[in-house]
Design a protein around this ligand. Structure first.
Ligand code: KG4
Ligand code: ZN
Length: 341
């Protein structure tokens, strides 16, 4: 099965062709970071327009690299949600039109399913079932993953996502967009433990998170009369450590609760080195294993969408046979239907 994957849910235009026998045949990725940087965050209308500008170019480029024609594909998979409505519509319209013209199915894919299945592309993939920690700019969730399409939400953030907390805190500290990687770089030059930042919901007894109070705690520190700019790296390190402590503790509790011994970490924040170090150490202590996607698959990309589409296609899933173009800007992962066995 050969599937073309299209990702346009936010600020990355991603295209890839995945072959269920040979793996990734080609891929192309364009990030809009420079476009949005001057505004300090993603501007939805600009994101949509840039997807329109580049998606056809990247599709042509990817297909040329594989030497394939649209007619050689078995399906076109696209991110149908969650994400920015206008941005999603660009990918959905192009995918549906391409698929219709070639007489092949267009598969609507859940963005987070793409993220959480992406470690299966590694040389040493996890076996089902596993616990997944999804930590992106828009989501922070702990899921029990029994199989492709069989997801149970264990807990999630009640307010800001982990990536959002990184981005907002970076803004408070005067760092540029996207804040997560810049805050992490600053934190690596600091020492955690100087400021008494909270560990929100650490002992709540469930698998939910809350990060907005942490960002406010940082704001209070920098607004205090004792604040000095030279404390910045230490404060960044403290913030990062607080996020890592909560994510690690809740993830370990989820592993214990489910009795599972495999953990998958996916989403942009999964690239954070301190988080990886915290999870690696904690997971090793209980003799479990943690799987990360390859670094280039941690942030948004077309490969994970093509792969998720192929997984659903080989399991016999076919999309609704109508001409509707559907996107779901809000779409709970647990609502996904398991493809037929
Ligand atoms: O999964 P992703 O690429 O896009 C979404 O689906 O949201 O995640 C992007 C998020 C952003 O909030 C970004 O700041 C954060 O991941 N991020 C990081 C790091 N790299 C990306 N956060 C902390 N440390 C990092 N190294
Ligand atoms: Zn994402």
């Amino acid at each position: 099965m050969r599937v073309l994957g299209i990702e346009t849910s936010c600020d990355e235009t991603g295209v890839a062709v995945f072959d269920s026998r040979c793996g990734v045949l080609a891929q192309a990725l364009h990030t809009q970071v420079d476009l949005h940087a001057v505004y300090g965050g993603v501007v939805p209308e600009l994101a949509s327009r840039d997807h329109i500008r580049l998606l056809p170019v990247l599709i042509r480029q990817t297909l040329r690299e594989t030497g394939l024609d649209v007619a050689d594909l078995d399906a076109v998979a696209y991110t149908a949600g969650p994400g920015l409505a206008g941005a999603l519509l660009v990918g959905a319209s192009v995918a549906e039109a391409m698929a219709m013209s070639a007489g092949i199915p267009a598969l609507p894919i859940h963005h987070l399913e793409g993220h959480l299945l992406s470690p299966l592309l590694s040389d040493d993939p996890p076996a089902f079932p596993f616990v997944a920690l999804l930590v992106s700019g828009g989501h922070t969730q702990l899921m029990r993953v029994a199989d492709v399409g069989d997801y149970e939400l264990l807990g999630e953030t009640l307010d800001d996502a982990a990536g959002e907390a990184f981005d907002k805190t970076a803004k408070i500290l005067g760092l540029g967009y996207p804040g997560g990687p810049q805050l992490a770089a600053l934190a690596s030059r600091g020492e955690a433990g100087r400021f008494k930042l909270p560990r929100p919901m650490l002992r709540s007894g469930d698998f939910d998170f809350s990060f907005s109070g942490l960002k406010t705690a940082v704001l209070n520190v920098v607004s205090s009369p004792d604040w000095r700019p030279e404390y910045q790296a230490n404060l960044a390190a403290d913030f990062q450590q607080a996020v890592v402590d909560v994510l690690t503790a809740k993830t370990m509790a989820a592993l214990e609760h489910t009795g599972m011994r495999a953990l998958v970490v996916a989403g942009g924040v999964g690239a954070n080195r301190a988080l990886r170090a915290g999870l690696d150490a904690a997971v090793a202590r209980i003799g479990a294993r943690v799987h990360y996607p390859a670094p280039e698959l941690c942030t948004d990309n077309g490969v994970m969408i093509a792969f998720a589409g192929a997984q659903r296609l080989v399991r016999g899933e076919l999309p609704p046979a109508d001409l509707a173009i559907r996107v779901r800007p809000r779409w709970p992962l647990a609502e996904l239907i398991r493809p037929a066995d």
